[in-house]
Every structure is written in C-alpha cells, then in structure tokens.
Unconditional design. Structure first.
Lengths: 312, 345
C-alpha cells in the first residue's frame, strides 16, 4: 500500500457522506423542477406522484419566470441582503471602535451589546413588530403620540404658537404595509446581526499595532484619517468575513418575513419557494434552482473579494 | 534645526510617579543618547518630547517655544520606533509620503523629497514594495526614511536597532552616525546597548528610576563617573567594586589614598594589571574566558567578592591559585559607600 492509499481510504466514508448529503437533495430538486408535481389535484390526480411520464421540460422555469412575484422576490432578496450588510458593517465598525477603549463598565456594555445575537429570529421579529414598530401599541406609536401632543401643547403658546400651527399632525408608519414591510425586516435583522459584526471587529481591533497609530499621529493624521488609512485596511479581512457569513444567512431569511407581513409586499426567494410548496412542488423546485444560481453569483463576488484581501 | 530644553519634567500615571523632575539642555545639532536600565523611563521621556505622552508638570521647549501644549505633529519632531511601525497596507513610497500628504504638500514636492530620502538611504529600488516584503534592515531604513522626509527639527529614536541581528546592527549604527553627520540635525536616541551609546553620542544621559544620574560626553562618563551607578553602568565588563578591608596593605601606598570603611574603590577590569609585587587587590582564580584578542579572568577575593580582570593573555596560574593586581593610581575610582557619590581626589 502506498503512503497515500490509507489516508484516502480513511477519508472515503466522510467524503461519500458529504457527497450524498449534497447530491441527493440537489438532484431531487433538479428532477422535480422538470416534471409536473403537485400535492393536490382533483382534475389531474396523476400529477400528485412524481414520475418521468409527467415530464414538463423547462415549463416549470417558464412558469416561475412569468409568475408576478419572481422578479420582485429577486430584487427584494438583493435589497434586503445588501441593506443589512451595509448597516451592520457601518454600525459594527463604529461601535467596535467606540468600545475598544477603557471606560468604567466596559465589560457590562460589551455583554449587553452582544446579547441581541442570542435572541431567536422568530422571537426577534415578534418583539420588533409588536412592541417597537406597531403604530398604535409599539414604541413607535407611543413616540408619535407623544410628539403630537407636545406640538399640540406648543400651538397655544403666545407669539411662537403660529409657527407650530404650521406643523402637520404626525402619522405613525405601519410596517406591516406593502411598501414598508421590507424595511421592518431590514431593521430587525440589522439590529440582531450588528453585534456579530462588532464582536468580530473588536477582536481584530485588539491586534492593531498602537505604534502605527502613534507614527500616524506624528505624521499629522487626524483620528478620522487614521481610521480610514490604518484601521479600515487592518479590518479588511474581518469585514470580508462578516459580509460573507451574513450573505449566506440572509439570503435564506424566512421567519422575519413570515411574521412581519406573511410575504405581503415583501418576498424573497425562500419565501416564494415556501408559497409554491403549499401545492406546486415543480415550481418550487425551479425557484430553488434559481436561488442556487443567485447564491452562486453572490458567492463568486464574495469569494473574489475575500480572496483578494487574503492574498495581500 | 533647534535645541531642546527640559525643565523639571515630571510624569505620573495616576498616583505612581515615574519621572521625578528631569532637567536637560540639548544643543542644536547634538546627538544625545538616553541610557539606563529597563524601566528607568527612557521611552517615557522620549515620548513626552514627541508629544505622545502628556507632560504632568515642568516644561519642554524645542528651540525657543514651549511645546507642552503643542500637538505632536506640530512640534517638528520625527520618531523612529523599535517595531518600525510602518503602515502595512501602503507601499514604501506611500509610507514615506503619508506625513507630507497629511500636510497637503504639493505632489511634485512630495515626490522630490521622497526620492531624495530614498536616495540617501539606498532604498530607491524598494519604493513600490509593500513593507511585508522587506527584510528587517530594509524596514528600519524605510522607517528612518519616513522620518527624514518630514525634515524635522529633532529626530527621536527609540531602540531602533534592537530588532536587528548583530551584524546588521553594527552596519545600521554606522549609517545612523553618517546620517547625523550629513543632516546635522538634533537627534535623541534611546538604547540599552552601551556600545551604541559610546560610539554614537555627543552626549550621554544616564537615567535611573526617572532621574538623571549624569549627563556628559562618553569619555567624561567613562573617566569621571559621578557616582557608583554610572560607573558600573558605563563600561563592559562592569567596573569592580571593593571595600577598604578587601584591599591589600600596600593599596594605600599605590593608590595614594588611605581607604576607610566608608569608601568603595572602583577598578575597571581593563585597567587591572597582574603583578607579583605591590598588588592592590588579590583574588583566587575561578575561571578564564579566553577570547583570543584578550582574556576575561574571573576571580574571587578572600572575603567572597567576585571580580573580573581583562588581560592581554590568559594568566599562567592554575585554577584556585591567588593572583595579585595593581592599577595606575589615576585610573582608580573612589566612591562614598553610603551615598554612592564620587569622592573628589
Ligand atoms: N501606561 C503606563 N501606566 C503605568 N505605568 C507605566 C506606563 N507606561 C510606563 N509605565 C512605567 O513607567 C516606567 C518607565 O517606563 P519606560 O517605558 O519609559 O521605561 P524604559 O526606560 O523605556 O524601559 P525599557 O528599556 O524596558 O524600554 C516603568 O516603570 C513603567 O512601568
Ligand atoms: Mg523603552
């Protein structure tokens, strides 16, 4: 036996397991996406069992492409993922830099900052949509009410009252509505995932070389210039990691969308798949293949980006 | 170009005071070296001059202006760090240009100055490289180049050679000496290494526990140390110290002074001459280190004090035998045993 054979043999089971794990669902999805397959049909009962005789060719794909929500779901997927990424990275950088210094109570502040990350996604969504964003009972409703009555009070003010009379009565925003439900999802997920970014950036900040900053201070660089020229390049790799991990997670957001508006005005690809799955498995599978393609396109971009920062 | 004046400079971290009032005058163009044991405050003092560390009290003047409240970048100082502190994500060129860019200097002028500094330090070939692709010595030169480009009034070096290997250290030391000759700028240099101190300095400042022990030219410190601490700190191997009762009966005659119990006699190893008659001090031979060029002879007195003599040839005596040493009287030092101060002849 050559030196290589034994390790190969020992690796085989796990490699096979991984292959099966990956290939079986993928090929089943592919197969279903080319046949007519529904869960329930009184007119065509033969479609309820998957069989090659129900071959539909690219029909499922055409059906999905023509479905009114498909392009909207893709757009929305990209909107949600990229907004969350931008918000978490920017906020994460800011907070990490702010708490990366000594102040009394630093330990407690750090634990509090990390804690949103340990809330379950569904719980997070329920809390946000009911307790914070609800236009009547949530913090938002209370805040808008408070502002309105404050302005109302000021209207009776002598001399200056006319100025406040020009102000309109503020209307609370309903985040379950068609146009705004995506923003609600973005807000709550960004809130939950910012701590993740903070955590990763903070560990990285601690390995930053102090004397480089001192050299920059002597070179006349302002704190902002030091942040841009030294800290951000130093954090390039952790930023790439945060972006990659979060994209993987947020492309498959589901619970938040379901809870906020049941997909009303706000769908992404997983949610669309979920809707098709209620009956049309063929269309759901075709959508799943589109989701795989979208994920791959994004992954290629990200791998390029991460690869580049890891190279230099 | 400017000199420096430090007046009663103190530094405290919270309740702990680490600098206890330093007074120092540095002439324009002088090469000053701070030496002292680890933790004595060399870096702290340097960083206070640079503006990286707040001055608790006292005043630091560069030229005629007090700079206590002046921002680090406006003091006209440039610093070379022990760890080089190059900006890792910029090329050598950008590293050197960074300070000028922050000052919004004209790009053509930046280019001229960077190229000129690169020329002096012979790093023109590496300008487009990233610091991580340079050797330690090359990085050190880039760090020095970054300081030169800013055309400072005062250069500050904090143990710039301690990360280099021995051969490179000697070479870079010579380059720094040449650089000082060429630029004629005031330089302040912190080191542990007394060879660096002795060879580079116009003026050495010996620090201990946040206080200046002595300021003077290398030769002054070597020949007339102000106290026992400076005496044993400058010179290698260290000066030997003997109590009066360890000296022979002939010692008073040879040295020209009668030593009493309150006096410590200091004899440098390189000044001790083995002798058969008229010895000042005697010791039992313990160990000989023969370095070819010279030998280091380790001995121990009857009272148990270890001492070293540096002789041209290894001694003919065998281990355990007694050897006597004499010395030229003008090369012997005497210190007060309680205060450590030099006793003036
Ligand atoms: N941030 C700080 N807080 C408290 N004490 C400090 C701080 N920085 C330095 N010190 C103390 O100040 C003293 C002087 O330190 P400094 O770094 O200047 O020593 P040094 O002479 O440069 O030593 P070395 O040769 O080891 O570099 C030391 O006793 C050190 O413990
Ligand atoms: Mg130091």
């Amino acid at each position: 036996m050559s030196k290589r054979t034994l390790p190969r043999i020992l690796q085989t089971p796990s490699v096979l397991l991984l292959l099966v794990w990956m290939l079986v669902p993928l090929s089943m999805t592919l197969y279903f996406s080319f046949i007519r397959y529904v869960l329930n049909s009184s007119i065509r009962p033969e479609w309820t069992t998957p069989a090659l005789s129900n071959w539909r060719g690219l029909g499922n794909y055409k059906y999905v492409l023509d479905a009114k929500d498909f392009w909207f779901a893709i757009q929305n997927s990209v909107l949600i993922v990229s907004s969350i990424l931008i918000i978490t990275v920017v906020l994460g950088l800011g907070i990490a830099v702010l708490i990366n210094r000594n102040f009394p109570g630093r330990g407690i502040v750090r634990v509090l900052l990390i804690s949103p990350f340990f809330v379950m996604p569904a719980v997070n969504a329920v809390l946000w949509i009911n307790m914070i964003l609800d236009p009547v009972l949530g913090l938002q409703g209370l805040a808008v009410d408070g502002l309105n009555s404050l302005i109302d009070g000021l209207r009776d003010f002598p001399i200056l009252g006319w100025f406040f009379n020009l102000w309109p009565v503020l209307e609370p925003i309903s985040f379950r509505a068609t146009q705004t439900s995506a923003y609600a999802v973005i807000m709550m997920v960004a809130w939950q995932w910012t701590p993740f970014a903070v955590l990763i950036f903070m560990t990285s900040l601690q390995s930053e070389d102090e004397s480089q900053k001192e050299a920059a201070t002597l070179d006349g660089a302002s704190p902002w210039s030091q942040f841009i020229n030294l800290t951000v390049p130093h954090l390039a790799r952790p930023i790439a990691i945060v972006v990659m991990i979060q994209s993987i997670f947020h492309l498959s957001l589901y619970a938040e969308i379901e809870i906020v508006s049941r997909g009303n005005g706000n769908k992404n690809l997983p949610y669309l798949i979920g809707e098709f799955t209620s009956n049309n498995i063929g269309a759901a599978s075709a959508t799943g293949i589109f989701a795989v393609i979208l994920a791959n396109i994004i992954a290629i971009f990200l791998l390029r980006m991460v690869g580049k920062t890891l190279m230099d | 170009m400017a000199g420096l004046t430090l007046r009663d400079v103190r530094k405290s971290y919270g309740a702990t005071q680490v600098m206890h009032g330093v007074d120092l005058d540095i002439e324009d163009g002088e090469f000053v070296v701070f030496v002292g044991p680890s933790g004595c405050g060399k870096s702290t003092l340097l960083r206070m001059i640079a503006g990286l560390e707040e001055i608790t009290s006292g005043s630091v003047c560069i030229g005629d202006t007090e700079v206590n409240q002046v921002a680090a970048s406006k003091r006209g100082v440039a610093m070379v760090f022990q760890t080089y502190a190059l900006y890792p994500h910029m090329t050598v060129y950008k590293n050197m240009a960074f300070g000028l860019k922050q000052a919004k200097t004209d790009p053509a002028e930046i280019d001229r100055r960077v190229k000129a500094a690169a020329e002096i330090l012979q790093i023109t070939d590496y300008l487009d490289r990233s610091p991580r692709n340079l050797s330690g010595g090359q990085r050190q030169r880039v760090a020095i180049g970054r300081a030169i480009v800013r055309d400072p009034e005062v250069f500050l070096f904090d143990e710039p050679l301690s990360n280099l290997d021995a051969a490179l250290r000697v070479q870079t030391r010579l380059e720094i000496a040449r650089l000082h000759e060429r630029l004629e700028t005031t330089m302040i240099y912190v080191t542990h290494d007394q060879v660096e101190a002795m060879t580079l300095a116009d003026k050495i400042v010996v620090l201990r526990d946040g206080r200046v022990e002595q300021v003077g030219s290398p030769i002054e410190l070597y020949e007339r140390p102000r106290n026992a601490f400076v005496a044993q700190f400058i010179g290698s191997p260290k000066m030997n110290f003997f109590d009066a009762d360890e000296l022979t009966s002939e010692a008073a005659g040879v040295l020209g002074r009668a030593a009493d119990a309150n006096v410590q006699i200091g004899l440098r190893p390189e000044h001790m001459i083995p002798t058969a008659t008229g010895a000042v001090v005697e010791g039992k031979l313990e160990l000989v280190e023969n370095l070819g060029e010279y030998a280091l002879v380790h001995l121990i007195t009857a009272k148990g004090t270890e001492f070293i003599a540096k002789t041209e040839k290894p001694p003919s005596q065998a281990k355990g035998e007694m050897i006597g040493f004499t010395i030229k009287p003008e090369l012997a030092h005497a210190f007060d045993k309680t205060t450590g101060l030099r006793l003036v002849e």
